[in-house]
Design a protein around this ligand. Structure first.
Ligand SMILES: NC(=O)c1ccc[n+]([C@@H]2O[C@H](COP(=O)([O-])OP(=O)(O)OC[C@H]3O[C@@H](n4cnc5c(N)ncnc54)[C@H](OP(=O)(O)O)[C@@H]3O)[C@@H](O)[C@H]2O)c1
Length: 266
């Protein structure tokens, strides 16, 4: 990002443009993943959308292409080990490259820790932590050959602060911080940056069950958040765009918290 006029060098197109780039965003048929996918596509990237429900996924891809944006649909379960490697290979084969991974898909089991079974634990860790490692390993091999890339994990402020009933989820989200740090250090010489986003509370289907079963939850979170409200998915998507774009070239190993100030308030 040196040379050229000031207006050229620091234009939104040079800083945040993703034309010619290819991205894979897991868990992107709704919620935060969908918002991040839209942001990358709007910046010019070809975005491979992922989820388990093929129908929703196809309609999301169609929404993007109807607007002249570039999208593909890749239906697979991130907890399926062979599916992750196959999906990465398919993106590279179809689009010739893979520059950006956003490992975003996640699940949770809401129960007190003492009631969680081995299966509950294993399912959450497989989806929320192991899949991130597997996908990152697969994409990094391609990115290393290509001379660089961007890996972004969706963690959570629940990697830092917790509520009861989320033992696997919080453990996995905390684990992603370790994954980010080690991968950032190991992959920096290959030109690959590795960062995480830690969202606070955003209104999505992902927390609909909690909001429905605990009617005071939404207001309680808003009142404890210095900004006094929940976030909107687009407010998270811009953080992902920054981490995916040329603008963040020197940022690696970082955790970008987007939470309306929740985790710094007492
Ligand atoms: N919303 C928040 O307030 C919040 C806060 C902190 C962190 N986060 C994190 O942000 C990410 C997105 O959350 P969200 O609230 O947007 O979730 P969401 O609304 O429930 O959407 C989840 C997305 O992931 C897909 N998905 C779920 N399991 C999958 C799997 N095993 N394989 C592939 N795709 C899968 C879903 O589609 P299918 O069901 O069709 O597979 C859907 O597209 C998660 O990592 C979550 O932990 C969210």
């Amino acid at each position: 990002m040196t040379g050229g006029s000031i207006a050229q060098r620091l234009s939104p197109a040079s800083l945040f443009g993703l034309a010619g780039r290819v991205a894979l965003v897991t868990g992107s048929s709704r919620g935060l993943g969908w918002a991040m996918a839209q942001a990358l596509a709007a910046a010019g990237a070809t975005v491979a959308l992922n989820a388990r429900n093929a129908e929703t996924l196809a309609s999301r891809a169609a929404e993007l292409t109807r607007e002249g944006l570039k999208a593909a649909a890749l239906c697979f379960d991130v907890a399926d080990p062979s599916a992750c490697d196959a999906a990465v290979a398919q993106v590279v084969e179809q689009h010739g490259r893979l520059d950006i991974l956003i490992a975003n898909a996640a699940t949770t089991v809401r129960k007190p820790a003492l009631e969680q079974t081995d299966e509950d634990w294993a399912r959450v860790i497989a989806t929320d932590l192991t899949a991130g490692f597997r996908l990152a390993r697969a994409v990094a091999r391609h990115m290393a050959d290509a001379g660089g890339g961007r890996i972004i994990f969706t963690s959570s402020i629940n990697g830092m602060v917790v509520r009861p009933g989320m033992v696997g989820y919080a453990s996995a989200k905390t684990g992603l911080f370790g994954l980010v740090r080690v991968l950032a250090v190991e992959l920096a010489p290959m030109g690959i940056t590795v960062n995480a986003i830690a969202p606070g509370y955003f209104l999505t289907d992902g927390n609909a069950a909690t909001r429905q079963s605990d009617t005071g939850f939404e207001a309680r979170i808003a009142s404890r958040t210095p900004m006094g409200r929940w976030g909107t998915p687009d407010e998270l998507a811009t953080a992902a765009l920054y981490l995916a774009s040329p603008a963040s070239g020197y940022a690696t190993g970082s955790i970008v918290t987007v939470d309306g100030g929740l985790t710094v308030a007492i």
